[in-house]
Design a protein around this ligand. Sequence first.
Ligand SMILES: C[S@@+](CC[C@H](N)C(=O)[O-])C[C@H]1O[C@@H](n2cnc3c(N)ncnc32)[C@H](O)[C@@H]1O
Length: 379
Amino acid sequence: MTINTDAKVVMLEHSEAKVSLYGIYLAKYLNILSRVPSVQKIFLFDLMCGEGIYDNGGKGSPIIALQTIKNHYLANNQACPNIQVWFNDKGMSQIEKGISKVSRVKSYVDPIHVELPSNVIIDYFMEDYDQIHMRALQLIQRTPNSKSLFFIDPYGYKEITPNHIKDTLIGGDSEALLFLPISHMYRFAAKAIESPFPGSAPLENFLRELFGAKQPKFQSPLDFVEQIKTQFRAFLRAMHIYVDTFTIERDDSNVYCLFFFTSHVRGFEKMLETKWDLDSERGQGYRLQQGPQLFSAIEIAGYPAKLYDFIYASRRTNSDIYLFGLENGFLPTHSNRILQGWLETRLDFERLALDSKPLRSNNTYIGNKERSVAFQFRR
Ligand SMILES: C[S@@+](CC[C@H](N)C(=O)[O-])C[C@H]1O[C@@H](n2cnc3c(N)ncnc32)[C@H](O)[C@@H]1O
């Protein structure tokens, strides 16, 4: 028996990893936003939404999204925030001849949708991505007190440029998850910049918009991810956007990456939490073949040493350390564990209440916005 490995027809492992990260993040996103009274509408845009369910039964992003919304509804006393979902795909199904991908998605989504309240609205479109994306942005602009999540999952990267991501995030109320085929981009990157060839224009534009006149050199697919992330951070700095990545790696020629963009530090923390949920070893990304766990997650990344240098250089507050941890890919709980260890074992390490309130033993208040606490090494 031959096994079908065409990602357009069957759901492969890396796509499953991608949609599970999306689903876990969406659940956290709904949980937070449904508790913010000022948020009156949540938009979810999946504008290249695919087939719905694949030939091997694999569930695509629209099904994962609807099931996540339904779980939220059931877990919250049958209550849902106002949600509007747009599913768009311009393609015809490659699984069922003669029907469009969105009609197929609708046929799978409808049975879940009927179990949800009427304030969950779903619209289906069969338009070109650029056009529908523009209409989505107009809709957001017209809707005050709304938040939006864009799941951008193209086959390649032709439609996507860094400026396109910038436009998507304008206004500060949108977040985006962008999936990119890294091995493929890495393989052609140097040539696309140095001696463009037919078909290389989208990759060349993508890299030029990010790197400007610089001639980047990439050592490996993972180095490519790191450099793209760093450049995206610089590119979006003026908009105060946090950028993070989740790498999905089967081998060197099958590396993919979900890039995550948000202007909200809590959203950034939730994405990190999602990564740690999926990859409790390192929080970096998903490897399809897991190796043995020889060291603890924190030791591998050298985070205690980094945190030590950060605090040794200057007295830091709980809020400085919260952000420092997140920017290095670590959660408040990781920073907390390290600080607690030092408080218990090091005589030269101390914490001080800057807000004159009493300090509870064993509490570092990392991530607690109500408290102002400093940490320092006595010298
Ligand atoms: C990788 S698939 C999406 C998979 C989907 N997220 C899932 O989980 O099943 C990309 C989809 O984008 C659609 N697509 C590609 N270019 C498009 C464009 N310019 N406008 C609209 N849809 C497009 C394709 O038809 C394809 O279904």
